[in-house]
Design a protein around this ligand. Structure first.
Ligand SMILES: Cc1cc2nc3c(=O)[nH]c(=O)nc-3n(C[C@H](O)[C@H](O)[C@H](O)COP(=O)(O)O)c2cc1C
Length: 164
């Protein structure tokens, strides 16, 4: 059994979760940024991770998932700035589903990730009130994903791998 953990991460939050998942996996395994993965050939299972951006899956990840996951066993992990219980979160974290329509999705994990200071600064200057509200929420995200979230990601990795 060979497993890939691949991810997009600009400020390290999703990478932290990727590494936690990778550390729990048994058997042959690789971990790579999504830009370094050509396709999923040779892998029995792929964990694919990304940050929610603009309430959606980032375009580069969407293209990768559309092109490569049909008929494959995959699991999705995501980080986002809002708390896990945030009202609109399900529509954002479900945004990969169309791209992964042909895949066998074994699991999905999402957790809060810190909003980086330059992003907070940018959002606070935005005209859009929703963006400004995000910026104001920024300081409350500090330190995420914390150890409890990392532990949940590890449990998720085990749970998914047990299904293969
Ligand atoms: C351009 C941009 C757009 C973002 N849009 C959202 C969003 O719509 N909802 C949200 O909860 N977080 C949003 N975030 C916050 C990131 O999802 C969050 O900080 C994530 O943990 C970053 O992951 P990374 O460190 O792996 O890049 C956005 C961040 C950036 C930079």
């Amino acid at each position: 059994m060979k497993t890939l953990v691949t991810y997009m991460s600009q400020t390290g939050n999703t990478k932290k979760i990727a590494e936690a998942i990778y550390g729990e996996l048994e058997g042959e395994k690789d971990i790579k940024p999504i830009t370094e993965v050509k396709d999923l050939q040779g892998y029995d299972l792929a964990f694919i991770g990304f940050p929610i951006m603009q309430f959606d899956i980032p375009p580069v990840v969407k293209d990768f998932v559309s092109a490569n996951t049909s008929g494959k066993k995959i699991a999705i992990f995501m980080t986002h700035a809002v708390p896990e219980g945030f009202e609109a979160i399900h529509s954002w974290t479900g945004s990969y589903e169309q791209a992964a329509a042909g895949a066998d999705i074994l699991g999905k994990f999402d957790c809060q990730g810190e909003l980086a200071q330059p992003i907070i600064d940018m959002l606070l200057k935005a005209d859009d009130p929703q963006m400004k509200a995000f910026g104001e929420m920024g300081p409350s995200t500090k330190g995420q994903p914390d150890e409890s979230r990392v532990q949940k990601a590890k449990a998720f990795a085990k749970e998914v791998q047990a299904k293969v």
